[in-house]
Design a binder for this molecule. Sequence first.
Ligand code: NAP
Length: 255
Amino acid sequence: MADIVFFQSTPLRTFGLIGYPLSHSFSEKYFTEKFSREQINDCRYELYPIRSVDEVKQLIRSFPHLKGLNVTIPYKQQIIKLLTDASEIPEGIRACNCIKIEGKILIGYNTDCIGFEKSFTPLLQPHHKKALVLGTGGAAAAVVYVLKKLGINFTSVSRSPLQSSVIKYSDLNEKKLKEYNIIINTTPLGMYPQTDSCPPLPYQAITEKFLLYDLVYNPAQTLFLSKGAAKGAAIKNGEEMLILQAEESWKIWNS
Ligand code: NAP
């Protein structure tokens, strides 16, 4: 009688995204296409739209092959309390967008910093010395961290400033805006489907010496960037940052 060989199918290493709601996801599309393109046949990427950050514990119990997660709105800050102390989130950033899962232990990282730094630094000209950072959320924390690291002076702008160093949009008249030459939008303003909105700025003060960087990547050219381009400013959207942060997550999960 011929030998019978039993093949046990190898469980797929699973990665995914937590957030809520998760109607569309760059990460799911990116990793699914990456796995297919690079013939990575033992991995899959899933969406986990959880209603409370505490559901992560149950998620990990239910999916033992879950090896890594990306984290998006509204959990980038809330997830911190569930991470091990060994997490590698830079000092001053209270936001995590990438988790490596080792058993029950969640090791947190912030790959937005790396994505922003690598995509922003090559754009800098010697006259780019002072930045406005629009918004004070999770992505802004990564941006601010990088600006400090690069030694670029900056002012944060918020709808409701909680610190005296943060200014309101109504403080930004033409004269004030001309003190800056970099503007970084970390708010969701202009993001699909609200493509006709943009941060309220005196755009007429922008010149060709300005650099406008928008973390929004859909649409490719937001109204904020279009208004800057019309004044001759250099512009950059968030797509490269997004790809760089995804690839950094992949490196971490496989390290
Ligand atoms: P978040 O934590 O919710 O922060 C967004 C901040 O924007 C808020 O803290 C708020 O600051 C401001 N804001 C929100 N709604 C606003 C409105 N209607 N008008 C003016 N300001 C508003 O979100 P996040 O995670 O930082 O993400 C922000 C944006 O960056 C999203 O569009 C996200 O897709 C994008 N992003 C892109 C990348 C990338 O790789 N390209 C990475 C991360 C995030 P104030 O309350 O202080 O005004």
